[in-house]
Design a protein around this ligand. Structure first.
Ligand code: TXE
Length: 479
C-alpha cells in the first residue's frame, strides 16, 4: 500500500493538483505502489509556467549576478550531498536502480552538476570584438527565460540535475516534469532548492504523464522559451513538433543503439570489463548502453564466453541491497518490452546466453548469431541485453558500427593508438570512448547524431542553448 505523498512544487509551495487527482508510483522490486503522487494536468502546468514566468520577468534570480546565483547553487549542491541517502533511496525505490549506484554515483554527480555549471557560468568570458570602423562590439549572454525540462526515468535525479543546473546557472527559471515512473526525487530536489535560498518560482515541478498529459501540455505552452528533453526518439519528434508551433528551441537527448568495437589487439580484460559495464550497467537502461558489440573474429569466441561469465557474476536482486549490481527493470511495461525482444530474438534464430530472472528482473543476456535486421539488433532494447557479432577487419567494423539511424555513443577497445584515433574519427556518434565507458567531462559536448538527438549540452554548448546571446555595438569614434 502506498504510504507517502509526492506533491507538485509550484511557486515555492508543495501543492496538490488543482483537481485533486493523484496516481501511484510503483516500487519495481516489490511491484507494489509505494507512494501517491499529485497527478497534474494543463491547469497545473499553466500555474507552474506562470510562476516561472513571473520569477523570470520580475524576480531576483535572473538579475542577481553569477556570483550570488553560484553561491546558492553551491548551497543546493551541499544540501544534495547532506540529503544524499534520502535522495538515493528514493530513486532506488522509485525505479529499481541499485542503491550502490544511486548513492555512489548519482548523488555525487547531481551535486557536481550544480557546482560545475555554477562555476562555469561565473567564469566564462564573453566575446569583445575589435572593430576597424570606430565601433566596439561585444556579446551578452542573457537568460532565455522559462525552461521546460522533461526528464526520463532511467537516472531520475542525475538527469534532472543535468538539465536544471545549467538552466538555473544561466539565470533561467524552470518547470521540471520528471518521468511518471520515477517522480519522487524531483520534489525532494525542488524542496532542497528552496531550502538553499533559491527563490520561489525558480524551480517548479509538475507531475504526470507525458503524452496527453503534463509533458505535452508543457511543450505546447506558449509561455515556454526552451525545451530540454530526454527520452525516446519517437517522443522527441512529438516534442519538436509541439515546440515548432511557438518557435521554441529544443535540445533533444534521445535513444541509442550504441556500438562497442573490440579489436583482436585489445586487452581482453579491459574489453570485457568495459563491455559488461556498457551493456549491463543500470540493467541496460541507459541511452549510452553499448548494446551492439562487434568483435574481431579471432577473439570473438573467447570474448562471448568471458562476457557471459562477467554477466553471470553480477549480483542481481533487491536494489536496496548494497551487494546488488543489477536491479529489476523499472516498470511492468518496460519488463514486457525487454522480454518481448528476447522472445522475438529466439524466434529469429539468435543464441541466447542468460536472460532468466523473476519478477521484473532480467539477468545479463548475451546474444550471438543475430540476423543483421533483427529488431534486437536494430532497435533500442533498453535492457541488459548485448548482441555480439564478429567482424573481419577495421573497415568492416566501422561500417557495422555506423549501420544504424542512431548515433549517441560508441566504444572502441584497442591497444593500437593510431587505430583508436582513426576509428574514433570515422564513427558517427556524439561521444566515442576508447578503452573506457561513461567517463564524462562536463565541459565537453554531449548529445547525439541522427535519431539520437538534436543539439548538444555541456559547457559552452549549454550556455548557447540556455541563453539568448545579444550583440551590443557601440560607436567609439565619437562622431
Ligand atoms: O519514454 P518517453 P518511455 C527509451 C527506451 C525506453 C523507451 C520508452 O528505449 O524503453 O524510450 O520509454 C515524457 N510530450 N528511452 O516511454 O515516453 C514522459 O512522461 C512531452 C530512452 O519512458 O520518451 C517522460 O517524462 N513529454 C531514454 C519522458 O517524456 C512526453 C530515456 C520520457 O518518456 C511526451 C527514457 C509528450 N508527447 C527512455 N510523451 C534516454 N534517451 O535516455 C512522453 N513524455
Amino acid at each position: 500500500m502506498a504510504t507517502g505523498f509526492v506533491a507538485h512544487v509550484i511557486d515555492g509551495e508543495l501543492v496538490e493538483s488543482v483537481r485533486g487527482n493523484r496516481f501511484e508510483s510503483v516500487d519495481p522490486w516489490t511491484r507494489a505502489p509505494w507512494t501517491e503522487v499529485a497527478l497534474g494536468d494543463r491547469t497545473d502546468v499553466d500555474r507552474a509556467v506562470r510562476a516561472a514566468r513571473a520569477a523570470a520577468d520580475q524576480g531576483p534570480w535572473p538579475r542577481m549576478g553569477h556570483t550570488e546565483r553560484g553561491r546558492l547553487l553551491h548551497r543546493l549542491a551541499d544540501l544534495i550531498v547532506a540529503n544524499g541517502d534520502l535522495l538515493a533511496r528514493t530513486d532506488t525505490t522509485d525505479m529499481g536502480r541499485p542503491v550502490t549506484s544511486t548513492v555512489g554515483r548519482d548523488v555525487p554527480r547531481a551535486a557536481a552538476n550544480f557546482r560545475f555549471f555554477a562555476d562555469h557560468a561565473r567564469l566564462t568570458p564573453a566575446e569583445a570584438l575589435p572593430s576597424d570602423h570606430g565601433h566596439h562590439a561585444y556579446t551578452r549572454y542573457e537568460p532565455a527565460g522559462v525552461v521546460a525540462a522533461i526528464a526520463p526515468w532511467n537516472l531520475p535525479l542525475m538527469l534532472s540535475s543535468w538539465k536544471i543546473a545549467p538552466a538555473l546557472a544561466w539565470g533561467n527559471t524552470v518547470v521540471l516534469k520528471p518521468a511518471e515512473q520515477s517522480p519522487a526525487s524531483a520534489t525532494l530536489l525542488a524542496r532542497l532548492a528552496l531550502e538553499a535560498g533559491i527563490p520561489p518560482g525558480v524551480l517548479n515541478v509538475v507531475h504526470g504523464p507525458g503524452a496527453d498529459g503534463v509533458g505535452q501540455a508543457l511543450t505546447e505552452h506558449p509561455g515556454i522559451d526552451r525545451i530540454t528533453f530526454t527520452g525516446e526518439s519517437a517522443t522527441g519528434r512529438a516534442v519538436s513538433t509541439a515546440a515548432a508551433r511557438h518557435h521554441v528551441p529544443v535540445s533533444l537527448e534521445l535513444g541509442g543503439k550504441n556500438a562497442a568495437l573490440v579489436f583482436a589487439d585489445a586487452d581482453l580484460d579491459v574489453a570485457v570489463r568495459t563491455a559488461a559495464a556498457a551493456a549491463f550497467g543500470n540493467a541496460g537502461q541507459m541511452c549510452l548502453s553499448g548494446s551492439r558489440i562487434y568483435v574481431e573474429r579471432p577473439v570473438h569466441g573467447e570474448f562471448v564466453e568471458r562476457l557471459h561469465a562477467a554477466g553471470r557474476a553480477m549480483t542481481a536482486g533487491d536494489p536496496g541491497d548494497p551487494a546488488t549490481e543489477i536491479g529489476p527493470l523499472a516498470s511492468a511495461a518496460h519488463h514486457r518490452k525487454v522480454t518481448d525482444h528476447l522472445t522475438r530474438a529466439r524466434a529469429d534464430g539468435c543464441r541466447v546466453y542468460g536472460g532468466d530472472g523473476s519478477g521484473w528482473l532480467v539477468r545479463p543476456t548475451v546474444l550471438t548469431d543475430v540476423p543483421r535486421h533483427a529488431p534486437v539488433q536494430t532497435r533500442e532494447v533498453f535492457g541488459p541485453v548485448a548482441t555480439v557479432t564478429p567482424f573481419d577487419h577495421e573497415e568492416d567494423a566501422v561500417r557495422l558500427a555506423n549501420d544504424t539511424p542512431f548515433g549517441l555513443s560508441a566504444t572502441v577497445c584497442t591497444t593500437d593508438l593510431s587505430r583508436a584515433h582513426r576509428v574514433a574519427a570515422r564513427l558517427r556518434a556524439g561521444t566515442v570512448w576508447v578503452n573506457c565507458f561513461f567517463v564524462r567531462d562536463l565541459r565537453a559536448p554531449f548529445g547525439g547524431v541522427g535519431a539520437s538527438g538534436v543539439g548538444r549540452e555541456g559547457g559552452l554548448f549549454s550556455r548557447d542553448f540556455f541563453t539568448e546571446p545579444k550583440t551590443v555595438v557601440i560607436d567609439i569614434a565619437g562622431c
